[in-house]
Design a protein around this ligand. Sequence first.
Ligand SMILES: Cc1cc2nc3c(=O)[nH]c(=O)nc-3n(C[C@H](O)[C@H](O)[C@H](O)COP(=O)(O)OP(=O)(O)OC[C@H]3O[C@@H](n4cnc5c(N)ncnc54)[C@H](O)[C@@H]3O)c2cc1C
Length: 226
Amino acid sequence: MNGKALCEALVRAAKRHGAVFRKGSAVLQSVGQKIIGVEIEGEPLHADEVVVTTGAWAKELCKPLGIEFQIEPQKAQIVHLELPEMNTDAWPVVMPPTNQYLLAFEGGKVIAGATHEDNVGYDTRVTVSGLQEILEKALAVAPGLASGTVVETKVGFRPVAPGFLPVIGKFPGFEGIFVANGLGSSGLTVGPYLGAELAKLVRGETIEIDLERYDVAGAITFEQSN
Ligand SMILES: Cc1cc2nc3c(=O)[nH]c(=O)nc-3n(C[C@H](O)[C@H](O)[C@H](O)COP(=O)(O)OP(=O)(O)OC[C@H]3O[C@@H](n4cnc5c(N)ncnc54)[C@H](O)[C@@H]3O)c2cc1C
């Protein structure tokens, strides 16, 4: 899936429904145990409810609340290839029996990905071992890719919660704050649906999913106050 295109489409659709898009680094604002909004680049924005969907960076955002939100970044390196003479328009998505995949787009573009690297923090480097793993696994199932051009390698961070399961719902111990996180490798696929469910939850409407399976409490610890 083209994450950038999906994200832009969702932002366009939200704006058509009246959403205002503000860009900048947000900090949570609270009074006691109640979240009253955010501050974006120093500018306050008050809110009845704040929905935190800051992916792999959520731990940092929640720290000032005295909470350890156990979300870790899982690094992914993904290689973009080009086969200029090849008609790739109708190539299928290939999911070999490894943890990797090949995606073909129009115009000879093929994407081979991706690594699943835990415990490396927010390391944005393209590494030799990352490239080796991706290309070895890709060439094992599609040796013809060897003549392709390596166009670029991108690096991203999947948000991972304990047990590799998503966590969704109200933030325990606080008022005015909801979260959805831990979407791992599937966030582009399930994100829009979860977003719609979360919107219903915030408005007090009935939702389809059983939140007990995705309990936020299982992913947080409260820091000891002296
Ligand atoms: C290489 C790669 C390929 C992938 N391919 C697929 C795929 O094919 N299909 C699929 O389903 N999933 C895929 N995924 C997984 C998917 O991208 C994630 O699961 C999904 O993006 C998680 O969504 P999210 O909204 O929780 O977090 P993110 O998409 O990471 O969004 C969090 C956003 O919050 C912002 N943010 C963080 N802190 C702050 C702050 N303090 N203030 C303001 N903004 C902040 C970040 O900048 C970021 O834009 C892929 C991931 C990677 C890395």
